[in-house]
Each structure stands twice: as structure tokens, then as C-alpha cells.
Design a protein around this ligand. Structure first.
Ligand SMILES: Nc1ncnc2c1ncn2[C@@H]1O[C@H](COP(=O)(O)OP(=O)(O)OP(=O)(O)O)[C@@H](O)[C@H]1O
Length: 242
């Protein structure tokens, strides 16, 4: 019997997309554990989405990736937000939450709110609930989608750039929701981002993906500790040239 901590373990994974001569992931070894937000960073085209697609079986999952829960226990937020423009905010919530067999949140004409929301979030929910998706801004769409996803109960959450296009206040609110997932359950949370400084106050482990492999792994504090002004963008650059 396995009493060990549940985690996703990748060992010596090499992968290239069909028709490509160059490997996008090369002898990649990494572990994703519960209890922290696993933040994947890396340059454009470094393979973050490819890695997510492999973990979630969007691309056939290779044997080198172990410990992934079964499909019904996974939720994968894609970079693009594909949802019919005429459906309303509440319909999006219904779409996500009614597909979640574990959920008992009921959707009505009254906007969803809970005790974790700041007044600005409640105000936003009141606005978006009965507004068509197509009439919402990109950031409003993303906030609404991520909020719905964080209300689902899963063993693995994968978010591809969940804060892209979102204003600084809503970004922190989204990240705090995501961080809460790691506290309340034993779930594994993995996300990718290009905006690093917002993780300063989030319980996270950073994994820097570069040239097919992990170049840096550690806490936010470890990531910035050797840089002037503790600037994470400088740390990013320095790690690439090391
Ligand atoms: N279906 C595909 N066929 C061939 N090459 C692909 C395919 N999908 C992605 N690639 C290539 O794989 C590499 C990694 O792409 P990927 O989308 O995983 O990067 P990323 O780190 O998520 O980038 P970004 O930060 O820009 O979102 C890129 O060079 C890309 O051109």
C-alpha cells in the first residue's frame, strides 16, 4: 500500500511536437506536490502549455508522467476563453458547476457571492451575472471563469495564465482564490504566468522551464534573493543566462 504523499512525478520526459526535429521538452524531471501553488514560468514558446497538455492528456500522456488523477478529477483552464457570446455570466457558472458532480452550489437569478469576496468582487458579480459574455471585458470574463473553476472540487487544477489581461486588484483576488485551493484540500495546483511579482505573497513553488528543462526550482524568496531590489523580472533573466 502507498502511504506516501500524492504527487505528480515526471521523470526524464522528452517530447517534440509532430513534424518537429527539435525537442520541446528534453529529459525533463519535475515533481508537483499539493499544499503549494506550483508556478511554471518560462519564455514564450518554452513549452509550458505543451507540458500542461501532456499532463492533462490533451496530448496522449506518456508513461514518464506519473500520479495524475483520473480525468473526472482534473480541471484544465485553457489560455483562450471559449464561451458563446450570447450566454450570460450566470450561464457560465451553470455550465461549470453543473458539470461538477460533487458540487451543491445552485445557480439562480441572484448573483453568486460568498464570504471570501471583497466588496469590489461582489459589485463585479452583480454586474456580470446577467450580462452576456460577449459584452464583458477580457478581464471580467477571466475573473468569472476562474472563480467558477475554483468553486469546483478537483484533485488537479491546471491554469494556463489565469491572470493575463486582469487588473492588479482582480489579479490578487484570483490568485488568493487559487491559493485557497491548496489549503482547503489535498489537491495539486499548477499554473503558468508571465507576471511574477504578484506571487510575492502567495504560498508557491516556482519552476522555471528553459530549453526543455527546469532551470530553477524554489520559493519566491529564493528566486529573487540574489537580485537588486529583489526584482523577479531581473531574476528571470539572470536564471536564463546562468
Ligand atoms: N501543435 C504544435 N505543432 C508543432 N509545434 C508546436 C505545436 N504546439 C506548440 N508548438 C511549439 O512548441 C513550443 C512550445 O509551445 P508552448 O505553447 O508549449 O509554449 P508556452 O511556453 O506555453 O508559450 P507562451 O508563454 O507563449 O504561452 C513552441 O516552439 C511552439 O511553436
Amino acid at each position: 500500500m502507498n502511504w506516501g504523499i500524492h504527487m505528480i512525478k515526471i521523470q526524464n520526459l522528452s517530447y517534440r511536437h509532430k513534424g518537429c526535429s527539435k525537442y520541446h521538452l528534453e529529459n525533463l524531471s519535475v515533481e508537483f506536490k499539493p499544499g503549494t501553488v506550483n508556478v511554471i514560468i518560462g519564455k514564450n514558446g518554452s513549452g509550458k502549455t505543451t507540458l500542461f497538455d501532456l499532463i492533462t492528456n490533451v496530448i496522449n500522456r506518456p508513461a514518464e508522467i506519473k500520479g495524475v488523477p483520473k480525468e473526472s478529477e482534473i480541471i484544465y483552464q485553457l489560455q483562450g476563453l471559449l464561451f458563446p457570446a450570447t450566454l450570460k455570466g450566470k450561464d457560465l457558472f451553470r455550465f461549470f458547476l453543473y458539470t461538477d458532480y460533487k458540487n451543491d452550489i445552485r445557480i439562480s437569478n441572484t448573483p453568486y457571492t460568498d464570504q471570501y469576496m471583497a466588496p469590489s468582487e461582489i459589485e463585479l458579480m452583480e454586474k456580470v451575472w446577467n450580462t452576456q459574455f460577449g459584452q464583458l471585458s477580457v478581464g471580467e470574463r477571466r475573473y468569472l471563469s476562474i472563480l467558477a473553476i475554483t468553486l469546483m472540487q478537483r484533485k488537479l487544477y491546471v491554469f494556463d495564465e489565469p491572470t493575463s489581461g486582469v487588473d492588479p486588484e482582480a489579479r490578487m483576488q484570483i490568485l488568493q482564490r487559487i491559493e485557497k485551493l491548496t489549503r482547503a484540500t489535498n489537491s495539486i495546483v499548477i499554473l503558468s504566468t508571465h507576471t511574477l511579482h504578484e506571487f510575492q505573497h502567495i504560498n508557491c513553488k516556482i519552476h522555471l522551464l528553459h530549453k526543455g528543462n527546469i532551470k530553477f526550482q524554489g520559493t519566491y524568496t529564493q528566486f529573487v534573493e540574489n537580485t537588486f531590489n529583489h526584482n523577479p523580472d531581473v531574476a528571470f533573466y539572470q536564471n536564463l543566462i546562468l
